[in-house]
Write a protein that binds this ligand. Structure first.
Ligand code: FAD
Length: 390
């Protein structure tokens, strides 16, 4: 048997992390992305300690230090008068507690960092997967207006509307949370100084505003989650009306008005997830990232769980041919599905969602939010796999 050939569909955060982790372990990987170019898209992402420890091991420690932001603290403020209700130190104390830093990063910067770890000749742009067939010892991939390709393993990292998932685990309609999120980027120089190095959270009666630095503190991004059963478009690229944003925050404290008035362009996406899948894999095909476990953003874990999947998959496939592909995929799924499912379900009612306007002033509310996610932050998927193997 020759070297294992792995095909990854989707060059998002998960697909690129998988390609970096697989090629780092000497596995042949080809990535097929439908978009004709890797463009700057998205706004901010949270990288918890569970994700950054893996990115550091992938060789990205220096790039993260340079391009991400490491917030010194998280502050919860009263939505009406701006009083600081609670403050959780982060920065070095967080890194010491959880074993790796907590970063906030522009999605495009993380995307570019991961792409830099993948040999360019392995990345095929403008290749949209249309379907696949498993036969014998291989998988045949069919693309729109492109020739077919064969691989030993197919990894569906093709996001929330995954074509691969539709075959591997059919059904599973999107579940609308009744909320949607505005997101935008604002130059930090237009905002109060604290915005450049602090995660700021305001929780009002019908909306929550989370604001955090990216691009080494030069830009600030925010996500405003509002309850609106009528906004149902599940897309990362839908533009929002800036005037709607201003209306939502009428009557909020001056710092919020300041942030909202600095916005010139905003996106809006309805918040959906899906029920956890009962399986992720067939004999030679598996899922990863949002294709496997689309989750609500309240734990800030979408990208982190995709990175954990990517590294776990590489660790398991590196065992082939000592084990079969089927056995490697079963080990991958057995490690990842229970953990990611727990995070996916936890994202429905925990994390920043715990901060309602009535709750955020309660003593200990922030600490309990941190404790609530500490098992996620502390997790080291490579250590977990190593302990299962021994
Ligand atoms: P994704 O990041 O969604 O990547 C999936 C990739 O697969 C995409 O590049 C897509 O073009 C490609 N693809 C889809 N179908 C096919 C196909 N048939 N054939 C080939 N390729 C295919 N999260 C945030 O928290 N904040 C943000 O601002 C944010 N912005 C985003 C902007 C965009 C454009 C996208 C796609 C996602 C964004 N996300 C954002 C989501 C976040 O990146 C993901 O939740 C997380 O990183 C998991 O990544 P993933 O690789 O599983 O999926």
């Amino acid at each position: 048997m020759g070297p294992l050939r792995v095909a990854v569909t989707g060059a998002g955060i998960g697909g690129l992390a998988a390609a970096a982790a697989l090629s780092g372990r000497g596995i042949e990987v080809e990535v097929y992305e439908q978009a004709p170019a890797l463009r700057e898209v998205g706004a901010g992402l949270h990288l918890g300690s569970n994700g950054t420890r893996l990115l550091q091991r992938l060789g990205l420690a220096a790039q993260l230090r340079e391009m991400a932001a490491q917030p010194a603290a998280m502050e919860v403020r009263n939505w009406k008068d701006g009083r600081v209700l609670a403050r959780q130190p982060m920065g070095a104390s967080w890194a010491a507690e959880f074993g790796a830093p907590y970063y906030t990063v522009h999605r495009a910067d993380l995307h570019e960092m991961l792409a830099s770890q993948v040999p360019p000749e392995r990345l095929h742009l403008g290749w949209k997967l249309a379907g696949f067939t498993e036969y014998g010892e291989a998988v045949r991939l069919q693309f729109a207006d492109r020739p077919t390709c064969d691989a030993d393993v197919l990894v569906g990292a093709d996001g929330i509307h995954s074509v691969v998932r539709a075959t591997v685990a059919p059904g599973g309609d999107p579940v609308f949370s009744g909320n949607s999120a505005f997101r935008a980027l604002v130059p930090a120089r237009l905002l109060p100084e604290s915005a450049a190095n602090t995660i700021l959270l305001w929780a009002g009666p019908d909306a929550r505003l989370l604001c955090y630095p990216v691009r080494a503190g030069q830009m600030v991004t925010f996500v405003a989650v509002i309850t609106d059963p009528n906004w149902t478009i599940e897309s990362w690229s839908t533009h929002a009306d800036v005037a709607d944003l201003a209306t939502v925050f009428t009557g909020w404290e001056p710092a919020v008005q300041h942030i909202v008035s600095a916005v010139t362009q905003a996106g809006r996406w309805a918040l959906y997830d899906r029920e956890p899948l009962k399986r992720w894999s067939t004999r030679r095909v598996t899922l990863l990232g949002d294709a496997a476990h689309p989750m609500l953003p309240h734990h800030g874990q979408g990208a982190n769980q995709a990175i954990e999947d990517a590294v776990a998959l590489a660790v398991c496939l590196a065992e082939v041919p000592a084990v079969t592909v089927g056995a490697a995929l079963r080990r991958y799924e057995a490690t990842r599905r229970p953990h990611a499912t727990r995070v996916q379900l936890g994202s429905r009612g925990n994390g920043s969602l715990r901060m309602s306007s009535g709750d955020s002033g309660r003593p200990g509310a922030v600490q309990s939010m941190v404790e609530d996610s500490s098992w996620i932050q502390r997790y080291d998927v490579e250590r977990d796999l190593a302990s299962l193997a021994s």
